[in-house]
Structures are given as structure tokens and as C-alpha cells.
Design a binder for this molecule. Structure first.
Ligand SMILES: Nc1ncnc2c1ncn2[C@@H]1O[C@H](COP(=O)(O)OP(=O)(O)O)[C@@H](O)[C@H]1O
Ligand SMILES: [Mg+2]
Length: 492
């Protein structure tokens, strides 16, 4: 248990026993500051708390102390040298996740603190370099408990004279779990200020859209990947097997041979043929988390803001690497900004960043409409490969039919039946095949009866394949694809 009260007690115990170094693990700096303040008052001891914004502040008396021009470590060192028994807390820490001059300097400070019966506390949810980590006491501040949430909620209702929750206050507090204090305030204020009415149902409705309200950052979201079944696309599959070793090889070894880690792929082609699915397949196969990057969400009407959002997004991506980064329908990002030049420049900056980036991020970008892609952005060399994803050929349709029949149907298909369906599905995308088969699978599911092959054939006959639905798009895409590498591994 690491609720507010408990963590405050632990902090006080650490300070009272002159523990030289404490790591307080939390995203909620404000609440951490409150816990530290409570500990300082309880012990009747001063804690100097640093944030980039306010510099050093005395928590117990609440007075501003010193502007240290953003260099808290030197200030701490000087002060500690002068007298013993100090307590410092850093609310903004940087670069402590690896072996570098900051973390080394912090190690020295911890040694000094130990000599001077002082305590250094850092507040961070980020990983801390092992060399530093092992010197510290590790405390965690969990998200607000139900009681804390109820108290907050009651205060909020009182402050705003809201009565509409009636006897559902406790229930609302229970439902609002998993939120930080800041997020809770945001949700409450949102429901209050919007015109929807402060009712229990509306509160629930907003609270369940948590991922919308608080992705870590709005433009990058984690996608959970379950089992992924992919028929065909053997070209991509083989490529992945080959490149995996290189992608994960140590940089020094690649450098020796003048090789570079593959930066990503662009998948261009017909809708419903597995481009988006491939992003999941790659994450699954290389066992990396998948993050979807919505470049369109970065655009802002104010000058410079879009670029700033991009920097924040790239920092975030850096912090979650290694990962597969998926930009779906990248051509759309070029038009969502309104101003095409800004969009193009930003996309260029992003690809440049990727090229120079030394960590492991593998980009999977997809595009449906090639006529919208600026070719200069997708020269080979920037990305490791550009694949063209075409409609499935006969063998691929066979693979897809067998796959979805096995996954969803009760009836078993013999070779002759499969052959017939392959013929009927000429001009279908993989998604068309899936949908025809699932239509029958749903009937089987509902009636609990095995459907006949006739029904299945009819479902195929009744499906309008993508080739029939969007011939111009397919032809345009295919023309472009003549010079690209085939995703199905076939030579043309
Ligand atoms: N190669 C494939 N193998 C199996 N299923 C596929 C394949 N391609 C597409 N599908 C099915 O069609 C759906 C839509 O495909 P998707 O990857 O989103 O197409 P797009 O190429 O338009 O991004 C997938 O979720 C999957 O169920
Ligand atoms: Mg797609």
C-alpha cells in the first residue's frame, strides 16, 4: 500500500533517519509536493524543493528561497558542504536514466549527503540509472485511493454547489479509479463546464473515455496486439525474418561492417490487403510494443506550436523505444494540417529525425493513395524498404480462405470447394474474403447449425470485391507498384 498517508509517513521516516537518497516514484509531482510538505511539517524540518518553474522553495514555510538558474545540483552541493542536516527534493530531474555526467554528479551528492546527515529526494516516474538506483530507498506514491477521491469529489461539489449527484457520490468516487489528482480535476471540471449536466451518467461517460482524455500525449498511443493471423504477404514476412538480426544487432558490430539498422518500411497499396495488419504483425514478430503515431494531431493553428508538438512527440517516442511506430495512412497527415507546406516540412523533419536517431524505433508507415505522397520524402535510403501491397493472387486467396475457414467456420472445406471459392474471389481483397466467410460464420454461430457450402458460395457471390468497387484507385495504385518491391514476394 502506497497511498498518500502511508507514503508521507515513509518519507518522514527516511528524513528522520538521515537516509541519504530517496526515489519517490510518481507521475504526480503536485501530490508528491504535498506529501513532502506534510512530512516537513510533521518533522518540523525544512525541505528545499526544486522545480524548473519555481526553482527552490521552502516547503514548510512556503517561501521562495533561491533562484539557482536551473542548476540545482551545484546549489545542493554548495549548501551541503556548508552545513549538515539538509533535506533537498528535486521535482524536475533530467538525464538520470543512464550513465552520464548528471547521474554521476548525483551519485557524488548522495555520498556527500551520507557524510553530512542530509537527504536528497528525487520525484520521478522514469527509470533511474542502476548505479544511482542501488544507492537509494525506493518509495512509491500510488494514485489517489477511493477515500481520497471521495474527499476530492465532495470538496469539488461543495465548492461549486452541485447537488445533482444525490446519493451517488461514493459510487462516483469508486468509478473514478485509476486517475491522478490532476486528471480527476480535469474530468470534474470538464463535466461541470460542458453543457451536458453534472450527472452520474455523464461523469461515467466521460470517465470511461480515459484514453481519449489522457493518452500520455495525444498524438502517440499504445496499441495492444493480440494474436495476428496474416495470409500471404510472404515478401514482407521473409524480409522481417532477414532483417530482424540486423535490427537487433549491437550498433558497434554493424558499424564495423558499415551497416545500418533498418529504420522502417512504407507499405503502399490496395485497401483491405493487410497494410495496417502488417504493423501489428511486425510488432508481434519482433516482440516490441506498438505505438500509433497520429501526425495529424500535431497540427496547431499557432505559429511554432506544431513544431513544438512534434518535439514533444519525438521525446515521448524516444522514451518508449524500442518500439514499432505505426503511422497509418501517412498521406492524410499531409492534408490534415490545412497548410500543406508546414505538413510536408514536419513530415520531412520527422523522417530526418528517424534517420539520425540512434535508438531502436522501427517505423511502419502505410498509404492507400500514392498520388498524394510526395516522392522526395520516400526515396529509398530514408526507409529500409518500400513495399507494394497488391490484391491477393490465387495462392494468397487460397491461404486467406483456408485461414478464415479454420478460424471461424464449423464446416470443413475440401480442396475442390476451396478451389471454387478461390475462383469466385477474383478481385477480392483479404478483407473482402474475411467478411464473406464471417458472414456465414455468424449464421452458424446464431443458429448453432453447420451451414452448407452453397450458402458460403452465395456469400462469396454476393460480395462486391474491391476491384469491382474501386477500379480507378486499384489501377492507379498498381501502376505505381510496377517499380516497387512486392509485398507478396512475387516477381513481376
Ligand atoms: N493478408 C491478410 N491476411 C489475413 N487477413 C487480412 C489480410 N489483410 C487484411 N486482412 C483482414 O482485413 C482487415 C483489414 O485489413 P487492413 O490491414 O486494415 O487493410 P489496409 O491494407 O487497408 O490497411 C484486417 O484487420 C484483417 O482482418
Ligand atoms: Mg489500413
Amino acid at each position: 500500500m502506497s497511498d498518500f498517508v502511508h507514503t508521507t509517513e515513509e518519507l518522514a521516516a527516511c528524513i528522520a533517519s538521515h537516509t541519504p537518497f530517496v526515489i519517490l516514484d510518481t507521475d504526480e509531482r503536485d501530490r508528491a509536493q504535498d506529501a513532502l510538505t506534510a512530512a516537513a511539517r510533521e518533522l518540523n524540518t525544512e525541505i528545499d524543493f526544486y522545480t524548473d518553474c519555481d526553482q527552490f522553495v521552502e516547503l514548510r514555510r512556503g517561501q521562495r528561497v533561491t533562484d539557482v538558474s536551473g542548476d540545482p545540483l551545484s546549489y545542493i552541493e554548495e549548501t551541503m558542504k556548508k552545513k549538515s542536516g539538509n533535506v533537498f527534493a528535486l521535482g524536475d530531474v533530467r538525464f538520470l536514466d543512464g550513465d552520464n555526467s548528471f547521474s554521476r554528479k548525483t551519485v557524488n551528492l548522495v555520498r556527500l549527503a551520507s557524510l553530512k546527515k542530509s537527504t536528497l529526494i528525487i520525484v520521478t516516474a522514469d527509470p533511474v540509472w542502476a548505479g544511482l538506483n542501488k544507492m537509494g530507498m525506493y518509495l512509491k506514491l500510488d494514485l489517489p485511493t477511493r477515500q481520497e477521491r471521495e474527499k476530492m469529489l465532495k470538496e469539488f461539489l461543495e465548492r461549486n454547489r452541485i447537488k445533482s449527484l444525490g446519493d451517488k457520490v461514493g459510487q462516483a468516487a469508486a468509478m473514478l479509479s485509476g486517475y491522478s489528482r490532476l486528471q480527476l480535476n480535469t474530468v470534474l471540471n470538464y463535466v461541470y463546464r460542458s453543457k451536458i449536466g453534472f450527472t452520474y451518467d455523464n461523469l461515467c461517460a466521460v470517465a470511461t473515455q480515459k484514453n481519449k482524455l489522457f493518452g500520455k500525449i495525444p498524438s502517440v498511443g499504445r496499441i495492444e496486439v493480440g494474436d495476428v493471423y496474416v495470409a500471404g504477404l510472404n515478401g514482407i514476412k521473409d524480409w522481417l525474418v532477414q532483417k530482424e538480426k540486423i535490427f537487433f544487432a549491437p550498433k558497434e558490430e554493424l558499424d564495423k561492417k558499415h551497416l545500418a539498422s533498418p529504420k522502417g518500411v512504407l507499405l503502399v497499396g490496395v485497401p483491405g490487403c493487410g497494410k495496417s495488419l502488417s504493423a501489428k504483425m511486425i510488432a508481434r514478430q519482433w516482440q516490441m510494443p506498438l505505438y500509433r503515431f497520429d501526425i495529424g494531431a500535431l497540427f496547431d493553428k499557432y505559429v511554432g506550436e506544431s513544431e513544438k508538438n512534434m518535439r514533444i512527440a519525438l521525446d515521448y517516442i524516444d522514451s518508449v523505444s524500442p518500439c514499432v511506430l505505426w503511422v497509418d495512412e501517412i498521406e492524410k497527415a499531409l492534408y490534415s494540417g490545412g497548410d500543406n507546406d508546414t505538413a510536408k516540412r514536419m513530415l520531412g523533419n520527422f523522417l530526418y529525425w528517424l534517420q539520425e536517431y540512434s535508438g531502436r524505433v522501427f517505423l511502419v508507415a502505410t498509404a492507400n493513395d500514392v498520388s498524394q505522397l510526395p516522392p522526395e520524402l520516400f526515396r529509398k535510403g530514408r526507409l529500409a524498404e518500400v513495399f507494394f501491397v497488391d490484391l491477393p493472387g490465387g495462392d494468397e486467396r487460397k491461404a486467406a480462405i483456408e485461414l478464415y475457414a479454420r478460424l471461424s467456420l464449423t464446416m470443413k472445406l475440401d480442396d475442390e470447394q476451396v478451389r471454387k471459392l478461390v475462383e469466385l474471389s477474383e478481385g477480392f481483397s483479404y478483407a473482402d474474403i474475411e467478411s464473406a466467410i464471417k458472414q456465414v460464420a455468424e449464421m452458424e454461430f446464431i443458429t448453432k447449425n453447420k451451414e452448407s457450402f452453397e450458402t458460403l458460395q452465395n456469400a462469396f457471390r454476393g460480395t462486391v470485391g474491391i476491384m469491382q468497387a474501386q477500379p480507378e484507385l486499384i489501377n492507379r495504385t498498381r501502376q505505381w507498384g510496377v517499380n516497387a518491391v512486392s509485398a507478396s514476394g512475387k516477381r513481376r
